[in-house]
Design a protein around this ligand. Sequence first.
Ligand SMILES: Cc1ncc(COP(=O)(O)O)c(C=O)c1O
Length: 404
Amino acid sequence: MFKINQNYLKLQGSYLFSTIGKKVRTYKEENPDKNVISLGIGDVTLPLAPSIISALHRATDEMAAKETFKGYSPDLGYEFLRSAIAKHDYEARGVQIAIDEIFISDGAKSDSGNIGDIFAEDNKIAVCDPVYPVYVDTNVMAGRTGEFDSTTGKWSNVIYMPCSKDNNFVPMLPKETPDIIYLCFPNNPTGSAITKNELQKWVDYANEKGAVIIYDAAYEAYISEDDCPHTIYECDGAKKCAIELRSFSKNAGFTGTRLGFTVVPKELISDGVPLNNLWARRHGTKFNGAPYIIQAAGAAVYSPEGIAQTREQIDYYMNNARVIRDGLLEAGYQVSGGVNAPYIWLQTPNGMTSWEFFDHLLQNASVVGTPGSGFGPSGEGYFRLTAFGTYENTLEALRRIKNL
Ligand SMILES: Cc1ncc(COP(=O)(O)O)c(C=O)c1O
């Protein structure tokens, strides 16, 4: 008789966004005259930039002619895209990444989940708390996390690295030694960034302990401060201990179009085996490539027009972030994020729990955000607002919040 992967039964229900959805639906039914503004979702709202749309059209037309039609794409992705990435994302920052260290994918979510395939089951993982839930859930599926304790909200075999205002939302090196460390900067959900000096400490620590860092840089394009690294490979020795995940979702609006990449340096070796070989094998066996049309659109992100147009979009969102941040500060909230990331992380007022504040904001301001406790136990007492809405809605939401 066939057996299922029992680890799936251990997964905790993802109640966060479904509970939010239910509460918002009920509120709208009871208050049909209210204009509800959502600053809750982490999805972009601006359309793809004109140069990207043109590239999509051109590539689509190529698929219509025998001479230019493309079938399966190369395993690692098209060279035109990988060389644009190597040049613009790395060489321009003084980092040499070879094009066969870059693996094109359909996004950072898939890669952050799939990367676990190349690691043994008995590795111990360390995650920030709060955290982007995919890192934990995919390790639950792989059987690495032990048992869930519903009183603490923690897995028995996971090292949690609390991020709070006491450490400026950058975790301390853990007391217990992990094998795999997940870091995400700029961070979802806290909106915090890490300086190059701070990240160097993590790289040194990983190299000393023989740990690997999975570095999620999906929000790299939002960095505005000079001392924050755009890639972990700006740190000395990072090629020996770090895998970097990148996405076209937030820098260029590809959330619905799907494109990302992972960098696995050849210097990253375990027991004489380069991880690059393992990931190449995994990629070639289980993935048949992002569509040519989408990779062509991805290359357009690096054209002079693409760079200028996507910069304008990021600036638009970051102007919203400024409106949210300044508005909340004016209203007396304790706020972080919103400077190097499209997320603003606020402390709930008057000792309210994250969900109490959610209800308070929905009922009294018709504004939707995301309760921090949904991202992990240390998120309790915090709340996330995103800068991905329209400018007009963002202004209006903050006007209402200030009037609370
Ligand atoms: C930290 C982080 N990593 C990865 C992703 C997913 O990126 P993609 O759209 O490329 O799958 C998200 C999406 O919200 C994210 O917040």
